[in-house]
Design a protein. Sequence first.
Length: 94
Amino acid sequence: MRKSHMEEWQAFHQGLKDERKFEFGWPYGEERKKVQGPENHVSSIMDGSGGFMVVNVESFNVALDVARSAPHQHNGGYTEVYSLAEMSPEPQIV
């Protein structure tokens, strides 16, 4: 018997936690809008993601491997992967 989609996600997250790769993440709710341009035009998001997740891994390629193993990949879903820029822990006064 196939696991439910939620059970697949729970197992996926638990595996990442066990490997100490999962930092945090959350599914998005139903309300979604985007604010765009100098006039701050508000419009609907037609093709948005279902949530976000931050992983702590040793390289971008490992992050891609994590994305490849996400449960929705076999249902035609996709994952966008971004690296985070290094930032100073405190604001710098110039």
